[in-house]
Design a protein around this ligand. Structure first.
Ligand code: GAR
Length: 236
């Protein structure tokens, strides 16, 4: 209905999300599905990849895809500058690394700092980097999981907004564990993005804030897919 006729305030436009991917894109698909079913009020404005043949790219229409091979660039900085220019052109409110497996250079991180989120398959600060599932099993961890954090220049070291935990089972190998972690990654990422697009989440210096209050401990995903404050167990 026309807002002028009804007298209602026109609602603000949905937040614009750019997604960075390198592979399969199941996290991207979870975002797309949530937008489609109305549980995430956002718009995907571009999907960006360092792998021109990444299956994830196929999940969106060609007009939304950008990809380039880093081999075509003189340096890591030159690739990240081109990637950054392409992202900036779609004016994102949020830039989400959802299975983006290339290290971002400092200039890129600074360019998007404060609106740059990453999902990582471990309970950070444990196991930054690669092979997280194999390393958790080798160390005999009882618990493993996933984290969503703001990206800073140090790898996987930005403040963690929220985590989801699962037990490591006695028969787990890296693949079975990765599969179970992936199933909790999707609701975890969506729950954080709902806070982000609602304007409730911010990075201020080295602190993450929720509703303007510093978040000293990561939120925890419960079995119903809701985030809870770990100290009070209250849903947020
Ligand atoms: C996910 O497990 C994600 O956490 C991980 O890559 C996978 C991508 O899956 N990301 C990292 O390891 C980043 N360091 P997807 O392509 O199916 O979303």
């Amino acid at each position: 209905m026309n807002a002028r006729v009804s007298g209602a305030q026109p609602s603000p436009l949905p937040d614009r999300i750019a997604v960075l991917v390198s592979g399969r894109g199941s996290n991207l698909q979870a975002i797309l599905d949530a937008i489609e079913d109305g549980s995430l009020r956002a718009r995907i404005v571009g999907v960006f990849s360092d792998k021109p043949d990444a299956p994830a790219l196929e999940r969106v229409e060609p007009a939304l895809r950008w990809s380039a091979s880093p081999k075509a660039f003189a340096s890591r900085e030159a690739f990240d500058a081109a990637l950054g220019d392409a992202i900036e052109a779609v004016r994102p409110d949020w830039v989400v690394c959802a299975g983006y497996l290339r290290i971002l250079c400092d200039a890129f991180v600074e360019r998007f700092r404060g609106r740059l989120l990453n999902i990582h398959p471990s309970l950070l600060p444990k196991y930054p980097g690669l092979r997280t599932h194999a390393r958790a099993i080798a160390d005999g961890e009882a618990e493993h999981g996933a984290s969503v954090h703001f990206v800073i220049t140090e790898l996987d070291a930005g403040t963690v907004v929220a985590q989801a935990r699962i037990p490591v089972l006695s028969g787990d190998d890296p693949d079975t564990l990765a599969g179970r972690v992936l199933r909790i990654e999707h609701p975890l990422l969506l729950a954080v993005l709902r806070l982000a697009v609602a304007g409730r989440l911010a990075e201020q210096g080295t602190t993450t804030t929720l509703d303007g209050h510093a978040l000293f401990t990561p939120l925890l995903l419960d079995s119903a897919g809701a985030l809870r404050a770990p100290d009070t167990d209250a849903p947020v």
